[in-house]
Structure formats: structure tokens, C-alpha cells
Design a protein around this ligand. Structure first.
Ligand SMILES: Cc1cc2nc3c(=O)[nH]c(=O)nc-3n(C[C@H](O)[C@H](O)[C@H](O)COP(=O)(O)OP(=O)(O)OC[C@H]3O[C@@H](n4cnc5c(N)ncnc54)[C@H](O)[C@@H]3O)c2cc1C
Length: 422
């Protein structure tokens, strides 16, 4: 009997646990270790930050659901990985051995790279549920005493969708509160242009998102490098295409939320030879680490090069659909290894994303996610907002019971003119 340990129970780890268990069956043990006892649905965090959702609606205790599928679960942080002895040291003092390790630890948030950034400083975050709840407290103060709002993504960020979402969601929430007229808004982003998204754009994402920002009276600064955040003031350098400083801005704010750069979590980044300099796990085309072949990895924690060089460095986003496809490939590859064969399955690395804009939204499909692409599709409409609300329910159900409804996914794809993705 082989023991497969999955490190992290977020979007990737949860999906991977069900996929891998279904693939290897009762003959092998699957154990998930996560620093918390509950699953948290990260894409709902922008709604938490304006009070449209509460914690119990977007998170649940993992253990009872895994127990039904005969998947083991330990709620404790992993502090050390010994890839030679194949042993994990847990924060609760336990040691856990493995035959195969699947690392799905997501990102660590590198607020320390920008002076004054993050919830310990002067900007809010929606990257974790705790942060989003903290942001909601600040948002309530904004509604009580309106003032300027700054939203966007710091230099080195790789996740831009939630920044746009939060800007449009806060616009809608303030309109509902009849306070929008008292709140000047600025979108500050390290992207070279609006709608780049770390992907060199998707379809007409530039035109559509610029138009949406304009029509909602949100100004923007691109190629932005934040040099410091002070109490109520952001100091920003705007670069030109050569990477030289074009202008300096001092942008006042009452409430601000910028997505930080991501890096690898400490326990993973510390393993000698496992990661790139940012602490992201190096993988081959089969999601396997070249130095430690019994370690696979999927999700935000894997190393992917940027799509192109930009005046302000930014990264490539890793989105939910591609993360799930990485896990599906891992499940097949571990099964192949257990059957005495070589890994041969590759993830599809396609992106299907629904970005909420409060009362409308933008959906995009990029196949593959990194261009040049066979399919590029970007549409805006009220239906996207409702699709995202429905998707939240669907995804939470899928994370609880592990049984995705392939017919729903097939029908969505068919309506977009795509027959098959995986
Ligand atoms: C605000 C936000 C909104 C997003 N919205 C979308 C969206 O709408 N659509 C989309 O496709 N993508 C979206 N993404 C991108 C991506 O899909 C999510 O970030 C997704 O949650 C990443 O999944 P993951 O499994 O890699 O990491 P996570 O979901 O972050 O999971 C990692 C897990 O590992 C645990 N962990 C970390 N370190 C340790 C340790 N040492 N020991 C034990 N456990 C540990 C963490 O606690 C966590 O539970 C969004 C990202 C953000 C930040």
C-alpha cells in the first residue's frame, strides 16, 4: 500500500484529494494535511469584504466530508519537509511519512516587499478570508465617513482578476449605499495596460475593462510601482515602456486594497533544490519535481515563467480550472507509477474565468491560457454576475462531495462553442 500525502486543502488540494482517491482506490492511502480545519472558497473573498457574504457561507469543516470518502485529514501546519527521508514535520509535533507528496500550498503573501503594504500596514487584502473580514471592518468605516478609494495590484503581482472584481464590487456596494458620489476611485496596477491580466490580454480585455472603468468613473494608473504606502497616502512611480520613471503620484485614500506579490510558503521554499528563487515548486511537464520525483505539485505554488517582459515585473496567474486540470494529471500520473509505468499525463493549462463586477461581470476563456491561443473569448454581461453566484454554490458542493457534474461543465463549454477542454 502506498501513502499519498497532499499538502494543502485549498482549491487544488481538495479537488486533488477526491481525484487521487478515485484513481488509486482503497488499495492505497490518501491523507490531506492543511494548516486549518476548514476549506475556504477564496474567489468569494471580495464579496466578504463588502459584507455580501459571511464566513459560514463560503467555508466549511473538511474532516466529515473526507471521512465519507475514506480520505485521511490532519489540521496542522507543515513546518518542515525532508524530501530524502520522505517525512513531514508538523506544527503539532507529529511526523508524517509519505511515498508520494503532492504540494498544493498556494501562495504566501509578500507584503513585506512594499513598505507600508498589507493589513499590518495601511492597505487591505482579499487574499484570505481573515483578511477579507478585516477589509470589511475598514469598508464599513468608509461608508460611515466616505473618502477616496484605491484598488489594484502591486509590482510583482500575478493575480489581477480579483483586483478588478473588487474595484467594481466596491463601486456597486457604494452605489447601493448612496455614497458613491463622495468616493473618488483610482485603479493602480503594475500591468502595462488595463486588461493585460498577466496574460498579455485575453481577446478585447483591454478595451472592455477600460470602458468599464471609464463608465464607472474609476481613474487608473498602469505600469505602477508603489514605493511606499503611508497612512492615507500611496506613493506611486509610473514607468514608461523603457522602465524609466515617467511621473510620480501621491494618491490619497481612505480605503485601499492592492493584491500583493506572491511567493512560496516557508516550509516549501526552504527545501534545497525544490523551488525557484521565489519559492515556487519546479515541475516538469507531468507536474513532477525534477530533483525529487516522488514530489508532485499543482496550483499557485508551482513555478511558471511570466508571459512576457513588462516595464514593471509581473507574474502569470494560475486560475482554478487550470489548477484542477493539474490535479487530474497528477492523479493519473501517480496511478501510472503505482502500476509500474512512467507518468505521461499533462495538464491542459486552459483558463475559464468568471470575474464579478457587482451587478454585471466579465467572462473569459483562454485555450491555452498562455498565448498564442486556439480559443480566445471575452464577454461582458449581467449573466456573468449570476453565473458567478451559481458557480460559488456549485463549487462549494463539489468541494464537499467530490462529485463534479461533468454535464454542467460540458453544457457551459458547449454554450461557448467549445466541445472539450480536458
Ligand atoms: C481573492 C482571489 C480570488 C480569486 N478568484 C478566482 C476566480 O474567480 N477564478 C479563478 O479561476 N481563480 C481565482 N483565483 C486564483 C486561484 O484560483 C485561487 O488563488 C486558488 O484558491 C488557488 O488554489 P491553490 O490550491 O493553489 O491555493 P489555496 O486555495 O490558497 O490553498 C492552499 C492551501 O494550503 C494551505 N497551506 C499553506 N501552507 C501550508 C502549510 N505549511 N501546511 C499546511 N497547509 C498549508 C493553506 O492554508 C490553504 O488551505 C483567485 C485568487 C484570489 C487571491
Amino acid at each position: 500500500m502506498a501513502k499519498i500525502v497532499i499538502l494543502g486543502a485549498g482549491t487544488g488540494g481538495m479537488a486533488g484529494a477526491y481525484d487521487i482517491k478515485a484513481e488509486v482506490g482503497a488499495a492505497h492511502e490518501v491523507l490531506v494535511i492543511n494548516e486549518r480545519a476548514d476549506f475556504q472558497f477564496v474567489p468569494s473573498n471580495p464579496w466578504i469584504a463588502v459584507g455580501w457574504r459571511k464566513r459560514p457561507q463560503t467555508s466549511f469543516h473538511i474532516a466529515p466530508y473526507f471521512a465519507k470518502k475514506n480520505i485521511g485529514f490532519i489540521a496542522s501546519r507543515v513546518d518542515h519537509i525532508d524530501p530524502v527521508a520522505k517525512v513531514l514535520s508538523l506544527h503539532n509535533g507529529d511526523k508524517v511519512s509519505y511515498d508520494y507528496l503532492v504540494i498544493a500550498t498556494g501562495p504566501a503573501l509578500a507584503f513585506e516587499q512594499i513598505k507600508g503594504a498589507g493589513p499590518q500596514g495601511y492597505t487591505q487584502s482579499v487574499c484570505t478570508l481573515d483578511h477579507a473580514e478585516h477589509a470589511y471592518q475598514d469598508y464599513q468605516q468608509l461608508v460611515a465617513q466616505p473618502g477616496p478609494v484605491v484598488v489594484g495590484a502591486f509590482q510583482g503581482a500575478s493575480c489581477f482578476g480579483p483586483a478588478y472584481e473588487y474595484a467594481f464590487i466596491i463601486d456597486k456596494a457604494l452605489r447601493d449605499a448612496k455614497k458613491r458620489d463622495k468616493v473618488p476611485m483610482t485603479f493602480i496596477t503594475s500591468e502595462p495596460y488595463i486588461g493585460h491580466l498577466g496574460l498579455a490580454g485575453v481577446g478585447d480585455s483591454k478595451g472592455m475593462l477600460e470602458s468599464a472603468l471609464r463608465s464607472k468613473h474609476i481613474k487608473w494608473i498602469c505600469n505602477a510601482r508603489v514605493t511606499e504606502v503611508q497612512d492615507g497616502k500611496m506613493l506611486v512611480e509610473e514607468l514608461n515602456s523603457k522602465g524609466e520613471v515617467l511621473a510620480n503620484h501621491e494618491v490619497p485614500f481612505k480605503h485601499s486594497m492592492l493584491i500583493p506579490p506572491f511567493k512560496g510558503v516557508d516550509a516549501v521554499a526552504a527545501v534545497e533544490g525544490l523551488c525557484n528563487p521565489k519559492g515556487f515548486v519546479n515541475i516538469d511537464e507531468y507536474q513532477r519535481n525534477p530533483k525529487y520525483p516522488s514530489i508532485y505539485s499543482a496550483g499557485v505554488c508551482v513555478a511558471i515563467p511570466p508571459v512576457e517582459a513588462t516595464p514593471v515585473p509581473i507574474g502569470t496567474p494560475k486560475t482554478g480550472y487550470m489548477i484542477e486540470s493539474m490535479m487530474t494529471a497528477i492523479a493519473h500520473n501517480i496511478k501510472s507509477e503505482l502500476d509500474g509505468q512512467q507518468p505521461s499525463y499533462r495538464a491542459s493549462w486552459n483558463a475559464i474565468c468568471l470575474a464579478d463586477m457587482g451587478d454585471t461581470g466579465a467572462a473569459f476563456v483562454a485555450v491555452p491560457q498562455i498565448g498564442p491561443r486556439n480559443v480566445t473569448w471575452f464577454k461582458e454581461g449581467k449573466w456573468v454576475h449570476w453565473a458567478k453566484v451559481a458557480f460559488e454554490k456549485y463549487f462549494l458542493r463539489k468541494m464537499k462531495y467530490g462529485n463534479s457534474e461533468p454535464w454542467i461543465e460540458k453544457r457551459i463549454l458547449k454554450s461557448m462553442g467549445i466541445e472539450r477542454l480536458k
